[in-house]
Design a protein around this ligand. Structure first.
Ligand code: NAD
Ligand code: TDX
Length: 332
């Protein structure tokens, strides 16, 4: 695959994908990123300039998008407003970027006949009971709970319709919760790691019994590359690494790995509408395309992530105080 347009490539998962492409393929990468509060060009620092370029722009800007899509062999669309708590405080940018941004990209991809891969989330399926033996599969009905997940669901459905009505050459992946380097300090794991570094007690929403299905960002990248190359057009693939953990266990593991008392955290106000449990069955991706995750041991992946935040304070420090000030306003 020659030139790949990666939207949102200065964000968490998008930048991990760009690093993956540079380390594992011969592709050239053009990143289109608006550099919102969540985008950071430092996440692309050190990558070879002859293979990676950054265009600062909005996925809703049809003129910019059209020119970039026309010159690409494939588009991988990561750009989104991604944080549930922000979507509760102010949903409008989620509608704009997640729905209109996707619309703008798929219109350009169909005009120019360019291969398109859509990045989405398991949150489109709503949540599961803690004791439900079923996990999400590609045939689970959509049932999103939050403004964030409903706009992601809307964007997925646009892509499905463009495949059927216009023959768009698209695939979709819905992945579970990612962790790893370059994740914004507003998100659960980096927030708690950087709190511990700063001597602030970790904050657990509600009971802390909510379950998330963790996957390392690098495994998400290898899954997307597999689907982009070998996925069947029009298909959806669920991406997950059998990493279910409740939030309480994750906070306790972070504290233990950082040499602190595992009980030294506080319960704070719960998130309104807080999804209880996500769990992915990734059998289709594994059996049809032969993908397997490389990070199978959560504790060692978490220890490496803690090491990354300890070693890269320059990267996260500028966002920390404003993020905590925002949480303080909602009692979290
Ligand atoms: P992020 O918030 O870290 O990064 C989003 C990036 O998109 C930022 O660089 C931001 O500047 C950019 N962006 C936002 N609005 C834009 C716009 N209008 N035009 C151009 N760029 C814009 O998000 P993330 O966690 O890396 O998530 C990336 C994608 O993966 C999203 O589509 C998200 O729904 C999906 N996803 C995330 C997870 C997760 O655990 N974080 C899991 C499954 C799927
Ligand atoms: O301080 C916190 N304390 C806490 O208990 C924060 C920030 C979160 N939580 C809880 C809420 C969730 O149950 O931790 C869990 C994870 O929270 P987030 O990191 O906000 O992630 P989540 O809401 O699960 O959504 C993430 O995974 C799916 C990403 O942000 C989405 O973009 C992705 O689609």
């Amino acid at each position: 695959m020659g030139k790949i347009l990666v939207t949102g490539g200065a964000g968490f998962i998008g930048s991990n994908f760009v690093h993956f492409l540079i380390g594992n393929t011969d592709s050239e990468v053009v990143v289109l990123d608006k550099l919102t509060y969540a985008g950071n060009p430092a996440s692309l620092a050190g990558l070879p300039e002859e293979r990676v370029s950054l265009v600062v722009g909005d996925v809703c800007d049809a003129e910019t998008v059209d020119a970039l899509v026309a010159g690409a062999d494939a588009v991988v669309h990561y750009a989104a407003e991604s944080h549930n708590d922000n979507s509760l405080a102010g949903p409008r940018p989620f509608v704009d970027t997640n729905i209109l941004g996707t619309y703008t990209l798929i219109e350009a991809a169909r005009r120019h006949g360019v291969r398109y891969h859509h990045i989405s989330t398991d949150e489109v399926y709503g949540d599961l009971e803690l004791d439900d033996p079923q996990r999400f599969t590609e045939s689970t009905p959509y049932n999103p709970s939050s403004p964030y997940s409903s706009t992601k669901a809307g964007s997925d459905l646009l892509v499905r319709a463009w495949v059927r009505s216009f023959g768009l050459e698209a695939t979709i992946s819905n992945c579970s919760n990612n962790y790893g380097p370059y994740q914004h300090v507003e998100k659960f794991i980096p927030r708690q790691i950087t709190n511990v570094i700063d001597g602030i007690r970790p904050r657990l929403y509600g009971t802390g019994l909510n379950v998330r299905d963790w996957i390392h960002a690098n495994d998400h990248s290898s899954a997307v590359w597999t689907i982009l190359n070998r996925g069947r057009i029009g298909e959806t693939y669920l991406v997950g690494a059998d990493g279910e953990k409740d939030n309480k266990s994750v906070v306790e593991a972070i504290l233990a790995l950082m040499g602190e008392d595992p009980q030294a955290y506080d319960h704070v106000a719960d998130r309104p509408g807080h999804d209880l449990r996500y769990a992915i069955d990734s059998t289709k991706l594994r059996t049809e395309l032969g993908w397997t995750p490389a990070y199978r041991d959560f504790d060692s992946g978490l220890a490496a992530t803690i090491g990354w935040y300890r070693d890269n304070e320059d990267w996260w420090r500028p966002a920390k105080a404003a993020t905590e000030a925002k949480y303080a306003r909602s009692g979290q």
